[in-house]
Design a binder for this molecule. Structure first.
Ligand SMILES: Nc1nc2c(ncn2[C@@H]2O[C@H](COP(=O)(O)OP(=O)(O)OP(=O)(O)O)[C@@H](O)[C@H]2O)c(=O)[nH]1
Ligand SMILES: [Mg+2]
Length: 418
């Protein structure tokens, strides 16, 4: 089966920092109040979101808690031959023959089910993924079949242990999730992450890193002041580490599953990974000007993440208004349908009933109008505008028809380029 190249978002971090909660709450519409029920995972969990066939697909890999992120990355990014068989881990021991550029290095073992995305025994959208038995590994970790080799010191990211440059072509997002209360682990986790970023940039064409200082909420049991102190401590560690290694600075974002911050952070992170975001932003800017809008955003209706926005900054009030409207549309569309018991069923029914004319316009009690249109698959357009600007709905319809055609054109071009 031909594998599809889609961006990968890898969640790394110490045990219990909140990686699986983030995956479940954001990408699977989980209930934050039930996050404590989520079980610890001991193998990486890989899933494709939002849905099969969606024009803005990506893969999320939720790694088990650890402190050696280079090893984690090695186990989830394996190279495969033309038949999709795993032939090596990403980082081979230095003694192994890392063959030429673009070729999969032969250093690793030759068997073992794939981890993560699109191959091996574990389907891309399957549940658990088992670390490949044959992954070449780094340092002391499974050097199976690779012969001796000194092995790069785990976490050190030594170039001696790396395979050929440019091996990974799909955009790779590395996200370090830290528990804001876990002061003891901050330094080690940050250093291990920086070493991983150094190593990943040697083998992947397009890597972007981010740090989430997570559990920044009253439920965490830490006083607000201490949380802020920890946040600035982590910002300094990451800033200094990146500077030392000559790497570009990375965003360090405060998040919690109990408010919009985690959705906002992941929206921003995904916008750096997903294809066509800049084209979509240009189209939204033009639409905003031609219809005198205050804000125009493309959301994924299922996750409530926004994948593109006009150039004006997204603020929390606009985000909340937009996501409230999404909930209203989902509820109204499914209210009389007994088949809609779960959120997933609701969204599926909405898709089934949603055509290109699906639309909702809500006049708010202040001076604003909220405008909703379906674009394609789970993607919807949300706009905020002044009531005075909504005097010619016909013109807005016409402009939207052009916008939608242009967006579909962007996706059409996209699929040809894959
Ligand atoms: N207060 C607070 N607790 C959170 C938040 N996110 C997750 N938690 C809690 O943190 C605990 C650990 O969450 P998990 O998602 O299992 O953490 P993990 O990083 O996947 O853990 P491992 O699988 O061991 O690596 C759970 O009890 C969650 O309820 C948050 O934003 N705020
Ligand atoms: Mg977990």
């Amino acid at each position: 089966m031909e594998s599809i190249s889609i961006p990968k978002l890898v969640l790394l971090g110490p045990k219990r920092s909140g990686k699986s909660s983030i995956r479940h709450i954001v990408f699977e519409r989980g209930n934050p109040n039930e996050a404590f029920l989520i079980e610890q995972n001991t193998v990486p969990i890989s899933r494709i979101y939002p849905f099969e066939g969606d024009p803005m697909q990506f893969e999320v890999i939720d790694c088990p808690g650890s402190t050696d992120y280079l090893e984690d990355l090695n186990s989830v990014l394996q190279t495969k031959d033309a038949e999709g068989n795993v032939i090596s881990g990403l980082f081979s021991p230095s003694g192994a023959s890392a063959s030429g550029t673009g070729g999969a290095a032969a250093g690793g073992a030759t068997s073992g089910p794939g981890v993560g995305s699109n191959g091996g025994n574990s389907g891309a959208s399957g549940s658990g993924v088992t670390p490949g038995a044959g992954a070449a590994g780094i340092g002391a970790s499974s050097a199976t079949g690779a012969g001796s080799g000194a092995g790069a010191a785990a976490g050190a990211g030594s170039a001696t242990g790396l395979n050929a440059a440019g091996l990974i072509h799909e955009p790779l997002g590395l996200v370090l999730v830290l528990d804001a209360q876990d002061e003891e682990n901050f330094r080690d986790a940050c250093e291990s992450f920086i070493a991983t970023a150094v190593a990943a940039r040697k083998v992947a064409v397009d890597v972007s890193c981010s740090v989430l200082v997570h559990k920044m909420d009253a439920d965490s049991g830490l006083a607000d002041e201490s949380r802020q102190d920890n946040l600035s401590q982590i910002r300094t560690m990451i800033h200094e580490g990146m500077q030392r290694e000559g790497l570009p600075q990375v965003p360090v974002l405060a998040t919690s599953i109990f408010d919009h911050t985690i959705f906002d952070a992941l929206s921003r992170i995904l916008q750096r990974l997903l294809p066509h975001v800049s084209e979509l932003e240009k189209l939204l800017n033009n639409f905003l000007t031609s219809c005198s809008l205050n804000k125009a955003v493309i959301f994924d209706i299922f996750s409530k993440l926004y994948f593109a926005s006009d150039r004006s900054p997204m603020d929390v009030h606009v985000y909340t208004l937009c996501t409230d409207l999404i909930e209203v549309v989902l509820d109204m569309s499914s209210i009389y349908d007994p088949r809609c018991r779960t959120d997933e069923e609701k969204v599926e029914r909405v898709f089934a009933g949603m055509d290109q004319d699906a639309k909702s316009v809500i006049r708010l009690s202040n001076q604003f109008v909220l405008y909703f249109r379906h674009i394609s698959h789970g993607l919807v357009l949300l706009c905020l505008l002044n009531k005075e600007s909504y005097t010619q709905p016909g013109l807005m319809e016409q402009n939207f028809a052009t916008l939608r055609a242009n967006i579909l054109n962007v996706f059409g071009t996209a699929s040809k380029n894959v």
